[in-house]
Write a protein that binds this ligand. Structure first.
Ligand SMILES: [Fe+2]
Ligand SMILES: [Fe+2]
Length: 161
């Protein structure tokens, strides 16, 4: 193994969390489509693809570092919610947990594994400035305009192109 056990464990755990996040976002997108919230569904589907990409980068790094992949360590149940607002709240909680772990990975990789540090910094930046920012923005909007008005604005899919 070409890294420390601590870095290996954190990176492996984060990869599994992102795989799960990808699945959760995808399931939420399907449910949002069913509720007619097409615009919101599109965003969640995009997040699902984004998390899948994150998991891929981490998988590639793990295999490069010769860390064995163990799917039996996949995290179990994560609360997902049933309404759009609950999806947003649950996703925010999930992303905050990931950001916290990524911070720990950055610390663990500093001065010992530059490649993993660079990857973790990129993932942390995207998690904070893109995923978490968007989710917090939606909750602020719901507070400001009310849930019904917010949802009414989320029924149209974006125009193609
Ligand atoms: Fe991610
Ligand atoms: Fe994310």
């Amino acid at each position: 193994m070409k890294t420390t056990p601590e870095v290996a464990e954190l990176l492996h755990e984060l990869m599994l969390r992102d795989l799960l996040a990808s699945e959760v976002y995808h399931v939420q997108a399907v449910l949002l489509r069913d509720q007619g919230l097409l615009h919101l569904a599109e965003h969640f589907e995009g997040e699902s693809l984004h998390e899948r990409l994150h998991a891929d980068w981490q998988l590639e790094r793990l295999t490069f570092l010769e860390v064995p992949i163990d799917l039996s360590k996949r995290p179990g149940h994560v609360p997902m919610g049933t309404t759009a607002k609950e999806f947003i709240e649950a996703s925010l909680k999930m992303e905050l947990g990931v950001a916290d772990k990524l911070g720990k990975l950055c610390e663990a990789a500093t001065n010992v594994d530059e490649g993993t540090l660079t990857l973790a910094q990129r993932l942390l930046e995207e998690t904070e400035t893109d995923h978490i920012f968007w989710l917090e923005q939606q909750l602020t909007l719901i507070d400001q305009v009310g849930e019904a008005q917010y949802l009414a604005q989320m029924t149209h899919a974006a125009e193609p192109g």
